[in-house]
Design a protein around this ligand. Structure first.
Ligand code: AMP
Ligand code: GLY
Length: 415
């Protein structure tokens, strides 16, 4: 069959790579894809992600059976609905169900209604209300802007001053919705869950992302600076609870509310003293979680998608090895950064996944904030980390930086 991957980042790179390995798949197309994906897909960079009609036309003309949509934006904007209307099967929810990611307020309401454990929250609709709220709210407090923000619309205020500054940042004008959340403490982990209506099957191996820009979880929030799997210090018992208390009830709740979900639901969870709680839901694979999880996945992703569609049992198989991924990002990210800086010293052999590089002649130059994720595998997380950093250190460029402590939370527990 022919499969179309939508998106042009590292997550889509690994999706194309993995689907290309499937015996069920004859041809992978990518829109817009990126230059590094050309070894695993036919890349159509001339079509942009937002050109929904063109994408539907491409799918029809090329006999695409399945579309796998990587990023949140086309999902929340209804690309999944359009493709489905045209008879293309889509791994990814329609716009209504994608609100679980697109609107923090929507996600909070549904969790509250169905008793799904998450941080206590208050929703405000204007800057005046927000400023009033921070006058005497409990500190620390977390501020979240409603709507998509690529991991950057969240401010964690450790002091009242920071909370007030946060309101100024999230409110360039008087109008707008912001959710204030109780600050939760604990280990964060990401659980990818295959969902078809009320049928939910979480991956039985999980990943841990590193959201802050700098070592020691310092600096601003980013889309993710590195990830690894499995996470040996989060027990199977915690995963069982996450499934029973979060994954199963949210799938049923979405179905019951009239927003049946089809695709992968990302549960961003935190292990508090009271147990697992939801930090966020995403309507798609995590990036860079997908790169490490799908590298570790031995079984056939396309087969799993078909099994999900048919509500058959899904039996994921994983390599014994641990997998670590280190993100090399443009200096300055998540703020302003230079583009067009040359990058060399990497192989496109399935051990690197590219999110922000383009071809200029024979060279690769930077074209985005997050640039390239290097993968290491090893018997332990510690060995996987060492492998990944060997590759990261071999990459030559004046324009990149990366964290040095990806995996350290697990390694502390391995010793
Ligand atoms: P989000 O976009 O909602 O995933 O938030 C980005 C990051 O901010 C999360 O990965 C957490 O590290 C942090 N964060 C979000 N909400 C909370 C919370 N209620 N308590 C503590 N940290 C949080
Ligand atoms: N790595 C976090 C995310 O994809 O949202």
């Amino acid at each position: 069959m022919k499969v179309l991957v939508i998106g042009g980042g590292g997550r889509e790179h690994v999706l194309a790579h993995k689907l290309n390995q499937s015996e069920l798949v004859d041809q992978v197309y990518a829109i817009p894809g990126n230059a590094a994906m050309e070894t695993v897909a036919e890349v159509h960079g001339e079509i942009v992600e937002t050109a929904h009609d063109e994408i539907v036309k491409f799918a029809a003309e090329n006999g695409v059976e399945w579309a796998v949509v990587g990023p949140e934006q086309p999902l929340t904007e209804g690309l999944g609905d359009k493709l489905r209307e045209a008879g293309v099967k889509v791994f990814g929810p329609g716009a209504a169900a994608a609100q679980i990611e697109g609107s923090k307020a929507f996600a909070k309401h549904i969790m509250e209604k169905y008793g799904i454990p998450t941080a206590e929250y208050v929703e405000v609709d204007s800057k005046t209300e927000a400023l009033k709220y921070v006058e005497d709210c409990k500190i620390p407090v977390v501020l979240k802007k409603d709507g998509l923000a690529a991991g950057k619309g969240v401010i964690i205020a450790m002091t009242r001053e920071e909370a007030k500054d946060g309101v100024e940042i999230l409110y360039p004008e008087e109008e707008g919705k912001v959710v204030f959340e109780e600050f939760l403490e604990g280990e964060e982990y990401s659980v990818m869950t295959f969902v078809n209506g009320d049928y939910a099957v979480p991956f039985d191996t999980i990943a841990q992302d590193h959201k802050r820009a700098y070592d020691g979880d310092k600096g601003p929030n980013t889309g993710g600076m590195g990830a690894y799997c499995p996470v040996p210090h989060i027990s199977q018992d915690v995963l069982k609870r996450t499934n029973e208390e979060i994954a199963q009830p949210i799938a049923k709740a979405m179905q019951q509310e009239g927003y049946p979900f089809f695709g992968v639901l990302y549960i961003g969870a935190i292990l508090t003293e009271e147990g697992p709680k939801v930090i966020e839901f995403n309507a798609r694979f995590g990036d860079p979680e997908a790169q490490v999880l799908l590298t570790r996945m031995e079984s056939d992703l396309m087969q799993h998608i078909l099994d999900l569609e048919a509500r058959q049992p899904i039996e994921f198989k994983w390599k014994d090895e641990a997998v670590a991924g280190v993100m090399l990002a443009s200096k300055g990210y998540p703020g302003a950064y230079e583009k067009g800086v040359k990058v060399s010293g990497f192989n496109l052999d399935g051990s690197t996944f590219v999110s922000g590089l383009k071809k200029e002649g024979d060279d690769y130059v930077t074209s985005g904030g997050r640039v390239i994720l290097v993968i290491g595998e090893g018997k332990t997380v510690k060995e996987a980390k060492a492998e990944a950093y060997k590759k990261a250190d071999a990459i030559e460029s004046d324009g990149l930086f990366y964290r040095r402590d990806i995996c350290d939370k697990a390694i502390k527990h391995e010793q």
